[in-house]
Design a protein around this ligand. Structure first.
Ligand code: DOR
Ligand code: ZN
Length: 361
């Protein structure tokens, strides 16, 4: 165990998990905070644990300009509890029409940290997204020279492509080409879900990184069908095979700074999830840090959690690491199933399951 893991009693015995440990206050590099009443319901869960979070721009209407991003930032801050020590980081939603001037404005704003590409139709609120990234040459050149990272939802939308192959095919047909063509473009391959994506990022230059969600570290696609259809385990990109989960866990716990924390916590009401055509998204914010601890503990790698959760993302984005600390205690607990009631309830990831570590305030 590294010196970052504090142990008590006889915890220095090999492989004995610590009774408690501390890490630097983490950040969430991929988060959906929504807007209006839903924003008010969810922001505190993230602000409590994370120093900063990148707020995704897939609102309706989408956050396509710096002006909109700054107004959204103000709404997020207004919805935070008064004593919160939390900074929202903003992104622009790239469309086929985004002008180079908007990229330049984003790059010179201290509050905008990236530009997000949703392939059109790939996921929730992506209808204004990009039809073919490879055709946006001037915008990609502007991004490359600005140093502002491109945050990529990496899935093809070709209707004949199998759902489980969408990430791999997008990587082969689009993302790898863009990365080769623009040698100074910085890219975050968001919420990777496959062995192929993990191998690609590991082999890529340091300007290419990836976020990994807790659900893709803890679950494989069987979870969607365990004893019946489980809509609350449906997210995009969809959960993959066990061999993919293992590859992601290996990447996250490897100490490679190209992989860092991004929950993709994406709240939808129970009514929107449990429906004829249920929405994609898993709401993990209230348990996210503990869920990552569970994944790292499962392979005896808690000493690697701090790098993944609190160092590598800040380093990639060129931001200072947080100064506070969070303590996690070995105290088995069961998160609540949901917050709120009835149709508007939000089902919480791992609600009702037993987790081995709990963060304490
Ligand atoms: O599961 C997902 N939910 N994946 C996404 O890409 C979007 C997100 C959302 O906004 O609900
Ligand atoms: Zn997302």
């Amino acid at each position: 165990m590294s010196s970052k893991i504090r142990t008590v009693e006889r915890n220095d015995a090999p492989h004995r998990p610590p009774d408690w440990f501390e890490i630097r206050r983490p950040d969430d590099w991929h988060l959906h905070l929504r807007d209006g009443a839903l924003l008010e319901r969810v922001v505190a869960a993230t602000a409590r644990r994370f120093g900063r979070a990148i707020a995704m721009p897939n609102l309706v209407p989408a956050v396509t300009t710096v002006e909109h991003a700054l107004a959204y930032r103000d709404r997020i801050l207004a919805a935070c509890p008064e004593d919160a020590d939390f900074e929202p980081l903003m992104t622009l939603y790239l469309t086929d029409e985004t002008p180079v001037s908007e990229i330049e404005a984003a790059a010179s704003s201290p509050h905008v940290v990236g530009v997000k590409v949703y392939p059109r139709g790939a996921t929730t609120h992506s209808s204004e997204g990009v039809s073919d990234l490879t055709t946006l040459g001037t915008v990609l050149e502007a991004l490359a020279s600005s140093g502002l990272p491109l945050l990529v939802h990496g899935e093809t939308t070709a209707p004949d492509c199998d759902l489980f192959d969408r990430e791999r095919v997008y990587l082969e047909e689009t993302l790898s080409k863009v990365i080769d063509r623009y040698p100074s473009l910085r890219v975050v391959f968001e919420h990777i879900t496959t062995r192929e994506a993990a191998e690609f990022v590991r082999a890529a230059p340091a300007r290419v990184a990836a976020t990994i969600t807790p659900q893709h570290l803890l679950l494989n696609r069987n979870a969607i069908f365990a004893g019946g259809l489980r809509p609350h385990h449906y997210c995009l990109p969809v959960l993959k095979r066990e061999r993919d989960r293992r590859a992601l866990l290996e990447a996250a716990t490897s100490g490679d700074p190209s992989f860092f924390l991004g929950t993709d916590s994406a709240p939808h009401t129970r009514a929107a999830k449990e429906s004829d055509c249920g929405c994609a998204g898993i709401y993990s914010a209230p348990v996210a840090l503990e869920a990552y601890a569970e994944a790292f503990a499962s392979v005896g790698a808690l000493d690697r959690l701090e790098g993944f959760a609190s160092h590598f993302g800040a380093d990639f984005y060129g931001l200072p690491r947080n100064t506070g600390r969070v303590r996690l205690v070995a105290q088995p607990w069961s998160p609540p199933q949901s917050v709120g009631d009835g149709d508007s309830a939000l089902r919480i990831f791992l609600g009702g399951e037993t987790l081995r570590y709990r963060a304490v305030d």
